[in-house]
Design a protein around this ligand. Structure first.
Ligand code: G4P
Ligand code: NA
Ligand code: NA
Length: 194
């Protein structure tokens, strides 16, 4: 998605060897116009997938996910990382290990929000090692719902996530694919939607 790649070139900052800071439009301050365009693009590429629900994980997945849900005209549900005091329903729950943060967290969704036979589109801001996405897939398996695809805003193609998800036979669409960082600049691979 050219609009997104241009924005990454303009406002993204490379930190160390493998982190891209995008807090000016995605992970802290949010550009709703860009998010809306991203949501629309996901809706277009998954238009024929029969999506009944969009799923993401808090916090930074929520913005692109809500606009994808709007464009597909379906509900959006986000997995929570900490157990809220009002979450006394039956839960779908799994552990997610983050290689970036070197810690494990529990993620959960109330059972009542995912129905058997739901066709789920998983959206997230970053695809790195794929652990968050694999965790969401496990939650959907617990609910006997079907994952019909994954939409990632930014994929770091030099990490393992893409392979993990394609190995499961899933349809993956990443709107910006980062092949590598070179002298502090982002080098893109061909995006899935281009
Ligand atoms: P994985 O799910 O693909 O295995 O990713 P990983 O554990 O490596 O990522 C952990 C967290 O770091 C995720 O956010 C993910 O979105 C974020 N992340 C990974 N790589 C980058 C990057 O290059 N830049 C930025 N800005 N973030 C990155 P989170 O902590 O789970 O959630 P959130 O509350 O920040 O959304
Ligand atoms: Na995220
Ligand atoms: Na994040």
């Amino acid at each position: 998605m050219k609009l997104l790649e241009d924005r990454i070139h303009l406002e993204g900052r490379v930190l160390g060897n493998d982190i891209l800071k995008v807090d000016r439009f995605l992970t802290h301050q949010i550009d709703y116009k860009l998010m809306k365009a991203i949501g629309k693009r996901f809706a277009d590429v998954f238009a024929d997938s029969g999506v009944t629900k969009v799923i993401t994980i808090e916090a930074s997945g929520i913005a692109p996910a809500i606009y994808a849900a709007e464009a597909l005209d379906v509900p959006m549900v986000f997995a929570k990382k900490a157990k809220n005091i009002t979450m006394n329903d039956e839960l779908l729950t799994t552990e997610v290990y983050s290689f970036t943060k070197k810690m494990t967290s529990t993620v959960q969704i109330s059972k009542k929000f995912i129905e058997e036979n739901d066709k789920v589109l998983i959206i997230d801001d970053f695809l790195a090692n794929g652990q968050a996405a694999l965790g969401l897939i496990k939650l959907m398996e617990q609910a006997n719902s079907e994952v019909v695809g994954l939409g990632m805003v930014i994929e770091k193609s030099f990490q393992d996530g893409r392979k993990q998800l394609l190995d499961k036979g899933l349809k993956l669409v990443s709107l910006a694919r980062i092949e590598k960082f070179e002298k502090g600049e982002v080098v893109f691979a061909k995006a899935d939607d281009s």
